[in-house]
Write a protein that binds this ligand. Structure first.
Ligand code: FHN
Length: 459
């Protein structure tokens, strides 16, 4: 008994020490750099109107419907009462992400409309207190992630909040997706009221909003849901350094957490950059970790009539392109108001999963291509004990059956096609590596040739 008490006391004493221990950035980023591929989920009450208000299609991205349609706080919150995602099956969501080869999920715990998908004491504008559904949506997702070994991150709109008074409101998005205060202004009221369109949005100051909503909610998110792997800030409209510092200090509640660069620019760079809807050119990369986030169609939040989906080929090649430049890919799904992934997204995820099952090792834990881009495809790389493994992903199969790679040094140990396991012939002449391929591509999307090399690549 005495022994048990002693051990328990020791554990209790050690917990705070462990929690305050600083992890290095490399330690925190290790799983993220290994993962390379994650799922973004934009879900909220905007999925109920699904892009339409009073019989009118509202332009732009679905989760912006309240702002784009200048919907009053009263009408929007009234609509939201009906939010009732009875088909929500977080286990199925996590399995779909996992089967697609994704290693982490980042979900909108609160988007710009301020609606919290979780029970919060800071505002009644949350799924438990405001909707007929009445249950926390993040808890069961956190549990499912835990069960399936998927990391969970929370997107949190820290400044923009169009319902909780005091939150800011961007006037319009730029082409790149960032709020641009200089862009076209909707009407005189929004011009004079910092983007707000309803007096109800201005019954508290921004400073108070931060103290009374954002800070307590982020504390709840980092306390009540177990391990939180990522805090994904978004749109620092109207942020101050003081507010950002308050939010940043909460991150110590999750010592291993990773954050992006959108808390407040430029003094809070976070751990990684966030190119949106685009893959950077090699020339734009400066060695900072980065993650491209992208929609499957043209919207983040569900819009019933947006059927403009990218093909699995485009998305798989995007993933390869991103990995070949050393980045991560956060691919979005916008579930319906009932709680289901759109059928098109499910199909795309399945197709990506098929490719990843065979070729995933060309993505996970890889680093950027030593050669940059090839006209015919991409390359990723892994360091091994004795040398290097190279993965050549071929998009355009060579008509003459030969791939050549210049500036190659090192000794080839083996070379094979991942899709079939069949070995391929290689030869090195001077510093040119030639790979002889079968007449047709085993995978029309991207066929991967795995080449193991001993010795220094000198690149
Ligand atoms: O305004 C948001 C938008 O709705 C969406 O959440 C994207 C995702 O990166 N972020 C903002 C625009 O940059």
């Amino acid at each position: 008994m005495k022994k048990i008490i002693c051990i328990t006391t020791l554990i209790i004493l050690l917990i705070p020490v462990a929690n305050t221990q600083q992890l290095s950035k490399d330690e925190r980023m290790a799983w993220w750099r290994e993962a390379r591929f994650g799922m973004f989920i934009h879900w909220g009450v905007y999925s109920l109107p699904a892009g339409e208000w009073n019989g009118r299609q509202i332009g732009g991205i679905g989760e912006w419907i309240m702002n784009r349609g200048k919907i009053s706080v009263r009408d929007y919150t009234e609509m939201a009462k009906q939010f009732n995602p009875v088909k929500y099956d977080p286990d199925a969501w996590v399995r779909m992400a996992k089967d697609a080869g994704m290693k982490y999920i980042v979900i909108t715990s609160k988007h710009h409309d301020g609606f919290a998908l979780f029970k919060t004491e800071a505002s009644k504008w949350n799924v438990v207190d405001h909707t007929v559904y009445g249950k926390d949506l993040l808890k069961p997702l956190a549990e499912a992630c835990q069960r399936h070994g998927i990391k969970l991150g929370f997107y949190y709109s820290q400044a923009q909040d169009w319902v909780n008074p005091g939150g800011s409101a961007a006037r319009k998005l730029t082409k790149e997706g960032w709020p641009n205060p200089d862009s076209v202004i909707i009407d005189a009221y929004t011009r004079e009221h910092n983007g707000h369109w309803d007096p109800a949005q201005e019954t508290r100051s921004f400073g108070k909003y931060i103290d009374e909503v954002a800070v307590p909610q982020v504390r709840e998110l980092l306390t009540n849901y177990g391990n939180v792997a990522v805090l994904w800030w978004d749109t620092p409209t109207g942020m101050t350094d003081e507010a950002a510092a308050k939010l940043q200090s909460l991150l110590s509640l999750q010592p291993g957490i990773i954050t992006n660069d959108r808390l407040k620019r430029p003094n809070f760079p976070g751990d990684h950059k966030t190119p949106e809807q685009k893959i950077p050119n090699l020339a734009d990369l400066d060695g900072t970790d980065w993650e491209t986030c992208m929609t499957m169609n043209g919207t983040w939040g569900y819009k019933s009539y947006d059927k403009n989906y990218k093909s699995p080929q485009t998305l798989i090649r995007n993933l390869i392109d991103i990995a070949s430049k050393g980045g991560n890919f956060l691919l979005n799904v916008g579930p319906t108001a009932e709680g289901e992934f759109p059928a098109e997204s499910i199909e795309i995820l399945k197709e990506i999963g098929k490719w990843m099952k065979v070729n995933g090792e060309a993505i996970y834990g890889t680093t950027a291509s030593p050669w940059g881009l090839f006209e015919w495809g991409r390359c990723t790389k892994k360091n091994t004990k004795n040398g290097t493994t190279l993965y050549f992903s071929v998009f355009t199969w060579p008509q003459n059956g030969k791939l050549t790679i210049d500036n190659f040094t090192g000794k080839i140990i083996s070379a094979k096609l991942l899709a079939t396991g069949a070995p391929v012939k290689t030869s090195v002449s001077g510093t040119t590596l030639a790979i002889t391929l079968p007449s047709s591509a085993p995978d029309p999307i991207a066929s991967v040739i795995k080449v193991e090399v001993r010795g220094d690549l000198k690149r």
